[in-house]
Design a protein around this ligand. Structure first.
Ligand code: ATP
Length: 336
């Protein structure tokens, strides 16, 4: 029986990196059948729906998705598709491994960075509850609940335990948002007490940003509410070479969608410049989720080999190769 997986290429650089990731997954020899679901700004504007029925139907059938970015309009326009999808399928945990890849020149050449970010994915300032009380006065609701905070904390600690990680750092601003971040922190502490074998630390988000830049190698598992998780993810990506290489997974009880940390990068879309590594490594997480560990290892090792050799890298990581040339190099390595 093949695995069935919903493929959402998205827009901007999405279709280019999705095509590359699909080629790489198929090269591993895994038996996978893609259910392609188009979703982009034009479709959303035309249908007037953020999440078309065919997309949810497909995901309810397959329960797993590989997704490229979908553009979110800034300051107006339709609701973020990414946020809507996470809420609709209750994909409460956003998991983002941030690791040094061999051969990439960064400011931290002498240290090995290996952290995993656990970002709460359903609430906080992403509740979408904003309104203008009177002209030029706007409120935006930050929603923090015990149920969501405990759930992401438990997910992070369970991951730490299963994967033999040593430390979880909860990141917050509870000195200012005493009630909201205070509740998040209380939940983290209660869950931490159930995992005495894992060291538990807390950092205020501004200090955490400083420490991440000064000594990134000291971080292990990061546990954050939604907004700080979003911002710290991009910061962490910058530490290891940029958004082109950091993968991610949106995990729920019944569904999982794998997508890169980066957005649709309209500045380089359609030019063959996009780095597909982040979506390929998201596909490694997908293969692991499907229990296809051998294929996952093949793809992970092939990507690392191409980086180690350093001859076919894309522009964002200091090379001159196109999306296709990089992908061809990964495929050649898998086949070798
Ligand atoms: P969003 O808010 O939708 O997450 P963003 O504001 O984080 O998006 P991106 O679209 O991720 O922005 O792009 C940020 C910068 O990183 C851009 O200059 C873009 O070209 C670059 N970038 C992002 N992804 C890639 C990639 N896969 N390959 C090369 N460059 C990328």
């Amino acid at each position: 029986m093949p695995h069935y997986c919903t493929l959402i290429p998205g827009d901007g650089i999405g279709p280019e990196v999705a095509h590359a990731a699909v080629r790489a997954v198929e090269a591993t020899g895994v038996d996978i059948c893609w259910r392609r679901s188009e979703l982009n700004e034009a479709i959303i504007l035309e249908s007037g729906k953020t999440l078309p029925h065919y997309l949810l139907d497909s995901l309810n059938e397959t329960h797993v998705g590989l997704k490229g970015p979908v553009t979110t309009p800034v300051a107006g326009g339709f609701q973020s598709v990414n946020v809507a999808l996470r809420k609709a399928l209750d994909l409460f945990a956003n998991v983002r491994p941030v690791r040094t890849l061999p051969g990439i020149k960064t400011r931290f050449d002498d240290v090995r960075i290996d952290m995993v970010i656990f970002r709460e994915n359903t609430e906080d300032l992403y509740s979408g509850l904003e309104h203008e009380i009177v002209k030029d006065v706007v409120t935006s609701l930050k929603v923090i609940t015990r149920i969501a905070s405990e759930r992401i904390a438990r997910y992070a600690f369970n991951y730490a335990k299963t994967n033999r990680r040593r430390q979880v750092t909860a990141i917050h601003k509870a000195n200012i948002m005493k009630l909201a971040d205070g509740l998040f922190l209380r939940c983290c502490r209660e869950v931490a007490a159930q995992f005495p074998e894992i060291q538990y630390k807390e950092l205020i988000v501004d200090n955490a940003s400083l420490q991440l830049v000064i000594r990134p190698e000291t971080f292990d598992i990061l546990l954050l509410p939604n907004l700080y998780g979003d911002i710290v993810s991009d910061l962490a990506a910058g530490l290891v070479g940029g958004l082109g290489i950091v993968p991610g997974a949106n995990m729920g009880e019944t569904h999982a969608i794998f997508e890169a940390v980066h957005g649709s990068a309209p500045d380089i879309a359609g030019q063959g410049k996009a780095n597909p590594t982040a979506l390929m490594l998201s596909a490694v997480m997908l293969l692991t989720h499907l229990g296809e560990n051998e294929s996952a290892c093949k793809l992970q090792n092939a990507v690392e080999t191409v980086y180690r050799e350093g001859k076919q890298l894309t522009g964002d990581v200091g090379g001159t190769a196109s999306t296709e040339e990089f992908t061809d190099a990964v495929l050649r390595t898998i086949k070798a």
